[in-house]
Design a protein around this ligand. Structure first.
Ligand SMILES: *Cc1c(COP(=O)(O)O)cnc(C)c1O
Length: 213
């Protein structure tokens, strides 16, 4: 089942992030043994514990809301942080990356859903973030793209519309200052809506329950 899904996604040039939150190391190793290397977690202590105990060639994604005081433990190894939702957080990631003498890849999480509960930036927040990147010493972050979560709904049209807004924003931003060739990821789509997300232009999906069912 996972092999078929990976094959299908590869054909569409979509990166699969296997969302392994709450899953055991044994469950993760089952997917690892089938070739899966990108895994996503939403809690820092769990992510650190899994990093410490699992093979070092796993690429770890932090996909959930991240508090500034939780950046430090993951700064040395995290592959991609999907959930940058404030300038304050971006600055802290830069600071911790610098201490580790590396660059950290990040996505800007955009609020595209109807639900207020979901985290994310508004388009109007971006200017201040881009100004900071242009004018400040944020040399240790790489803005690699956008992430978004659609409204939890069975209205596929609504979900498609929300994803299409995110992809539209990505297309408009791509190639504009201060974004460069690193800006290439659109992380959207989970177990329930990844097919719609891919139709709307996603190139990275975060899938949990479907893989570990
Ligand atoms: C849990 C989670 C997912 C995966 O959700 P599934 O419905 O299990 O596929 C994707 N993205 C984020 C941000 C999550 O927290």
């Amino acid at each position: 089942m996972i092999e078929e899904l990976i094959k299908k996604l590869n054909k569409q040039e979509v990166q699969l992030v296997a969302v392994s939150k709450t899953r055991s190391n044994e469950q993760i190793m089952e997917l690892y043994d089938q070739g899966q290397r990108h895994f996503g977690e939403n809690r820092v202590p769990e992510l650190v514990n899994k990093y410490d105990t699992l093979p070092k060639d796993i690429k770890w994604h932090l996909i959930g809301h991240l508090q500034t005081n939780k950046v430090k433990p993951i700064a040395g190894f995290v592959d991609l942080i999907h959930s940058v939702d404030s300038l304050k957080l971006l600055k802290e990631i830069n600071k911790q990356a610098k201490k580790n003498e590396r660059a950290i890849n990040v996505l800007l999480q955009m609020h595209i859903a109807e639900e207020e509960a979901k985290y994310g930036l508004q388009e109007s927040d971006l200017e201040a973030i881009f100004d900071a990147i242009k004018s400040q010493d944020l040399q240790n972050i790489k803005v690699c793209g956008l992430m978004g979560m659609a409204t939890y709904s069975d209205n596929n049209q609504k979900i498609a519309q929300e994803f299409s807004i995110l992809k539209g924003l990505f297309d408009r931003l791509k190639g504009t200052d201060p974004l460069d060739k690193d800006f290439k990821i659109v992380s959207m789509g989970m177990s329930g809506d990844y097919e719609i997300a891919i139709q709307e232009g996603s190139n990275m999906v975060r899938i949990g329950s479907l893989l570990f069912a």
